[in-house]
Design a protein around this ligand. Structure first.
Ligand code: 3AM
Length: 175
């Protein structure tokens, strides 16, 4: 199955990101936009693998405390017309991503080698009018305490993607 690891969103963070997605959708000429339940921040993409138990073990081996995450501004990756929300600078997020990647690589998984750019994909294949004012479309300030990260299964379904949580690893102090 196709797997990735991610931080999931609830509460005011999800509301802020969903509202922002709706504004982007209204401003866009076209694009495919992320539904509220699918919003996530990818920590590692594993791709097709049948080694789920090994992934869980790697997740369990990561020691990291809970941390605070805040919405940032909007960004775009030209490839794929990806439009995303960033986060305020968050060193503990980078620490978590680094530790998790090291654990997964130690278990033999091949991961993305490009530098980690924390982003929450809000739209794909998006096209906006030339004069779109992205500053006015950015998400409302919101925060959350990240208390866990999740192993997600990604499946293609008619009309979109289905992401299913397979496992969650709690972050704990003093580990
Ligand atoms: O979280 P986002 O939306 O940025 O684009 C895919 C999605 O990213 C990405 O993994 C996330 C969950 O599907 N993804 C898909 N194929 C990928 C690949 N070959 C990939 N990331 C890196 N390499």
């Amino acid at each position: 199955m196709r797997l990735f690891l991610a931080v999931r969103f609830g509460g005011e963070m999800r509301k802020s990101l969903s509202d922002c997605t709706e504004k982007l959708k209204a401003a866009a000429l076209r694009g495919r936009f992320t539904s509220g339940e699918n919003l996530h921040l990818t920590l590692a993409f594993l791709g097709e693998t049948d080694r789920e138990e090994d992934v869980r073990r790697a997740m369990d081996s990561v020691a990291a405390p809970p941390f605070e995450l805040r919405t940032g501004g909007l960004g775009r990756f030209p490839r794929g017309g990806v439009c995303w929300a960033g986060t305020e600078p968050c060193p503990p997020l980078f620490d978590l991503q680094r530790r998790l990647s090291a654990a997964l690589r130690g278990s033999g998984f091949r991961l993305e080698t490009r530098p980690f750019v924390p982003h929450i994909t809000l739209g794909r294949e998006t096209v906006f009018p030339r004069d779109a004012d992205f500053e006015s479309l950015r998400p409302a300030p919101a925060r959350m305490t990240v208390e866990s990260f999740s192993l997600m299964r990604s499946e293609r379904a008619c009309g979109g993607m289905i992401y299913t949580e397979r496992y969650a690893r709690r972050l704990e102090e003093d580990r």
